[in-house]
Design a protein around this ligand. Structure first.
Ligand code: NAP
Length: 276
């Protein structure tokens, strides 16, 4: 039997254990996945423990995604570009860090849009860790332009500078994003605004949103944020954060075991858990 898990702090609400354990069971894999609450002071000990206990794979979540990089033996290209690790694979004691968040998001977007979207202008709201993974993946995929709007404009400017090594990107104030909303084909909320319990909050005003725009929100609790509800009312094509969550997990699973899990089944497991 192999042991897998997720490290974070706090971690009790993680849905990764149920998602991966259901999939192990369905595929007949004799493995177990568990959540480890690791205080930042204990991060190095936890990684040493991964080697000592021969834990085969870990997901890494807030607040360890950047700090953990220092303790790994190798970081793959995607994780290096994103500057954070969400997946560790233990290869005979050698720990390899990768990041499946950006590619996971991209896969969820490809499920939503059934044709290439290289011609789209994209608005990303937020400039935190999740935003960095997503803009890196979208820029490497090659969209027309990525504008980044954030409460703290300076963080958006830093991120836009990072994106410019792959393609066109600007940092803009939230107000400007609201006024230019009709110029975007894809709009993504990567902030925590609207997350439970702050249900009525919206990351931006969507007065100028055009019908048919793709609007996605990384939040999955609630399954439909006020931002998504209002966008849908205006005729947008909307998606919540479940797709990204499932696909980042599926990509980690594939890295660890070399087999692709059933993402439809994983989605069902997560939605059942979330009451959707
Ligand atoms: P983070 O690094 O802390 O970044 C938070 C972002 O939200 C920053 O841009 C921050 O702006 C903005 N923000 C926070 N509170 C705000 C407020 N009251 N008003 C305006 N902006 C605000 O967090 P993260 O790791 O990127 O996560 C962001 C969201 O993505 C969370 O809701 C998380 O649950 C979700 N997420 C989902 C998945 C998935 O698989 N679906 C994966 C990862 C994350 P400032 O820079 O101005 O502080």
């Amino acid at each position: 039997m192999g042991i897998f898990g997720v490290i974070g702090h706090p971690i009790s609400h993680s849905m990764s254990p149920i998602m991966h354990n259901c999939e192990f069971k369905k595929l007949g894999c004799p493995h177990h996945y568990t959540a480890f609450d690791v205080h930042p002071d204990n991060l190095k000990n936890a990684i040493d423990g991964m080697r000592a206990l021969n834990i085969l794979g870990l997901n890494v979540t807030i607040p360890h995604k950047v700090a953990v990089m220092e303790w790994l033996d190798e970081i793959d290209e995607e994780a290096r570009l994103i500057g954070a690790v969400n997946t560790i694979k233990n290869e005979n004691g050698r720990l390899i860090g990768s990041n499946t968040d950006g590619e996971g998001y991209l896969r969820s977007l490809k499920e939503l849009i059934d044709h290439p979207f290289h011609d789209k202008n994209v608005l990303i709201i937020g400039a935190g860790g999740a935003s960095r993974a997503i803009v890196t993946a979208l820029a490497r995929y090659g969209v027309s332009r990525i504008d980044i709007a954030n409460r703290t404009l300076q963080k958006a400017e830093q991120l836009a500078m990072h994106v410019r090594q792959f393609g066109k990107s600007n940092a803009i104030p939230l107000k400007e994003a609201e006024e230019k909303l009709s110029t975007y084909g894809i709009i993504v909320n990567t902030t925590s605004v609207g997350m439970s319990p702050n249900l009525p909050d919206m990351p931006i005003n969507i007065h100028h949103l055009e019908k048919g725009t793709i609007v996605s929100d990384l939040i999955y609790n609630p399954l439909s944020t006020m931002f998504l509800k209002k966008a849908k009312e205006k005729g947008a094509i909307t998606a919540n954060g479940v797709g990204m969550f499932v696909h980042q997990g599926a990509l980690s699973f594939e890295k660890w075991l070399g087999i692709a899990p059933n993402t439809e089944r994983m989605t069902e497991t997560v939605l059942k858990k979330l009451g959707g």
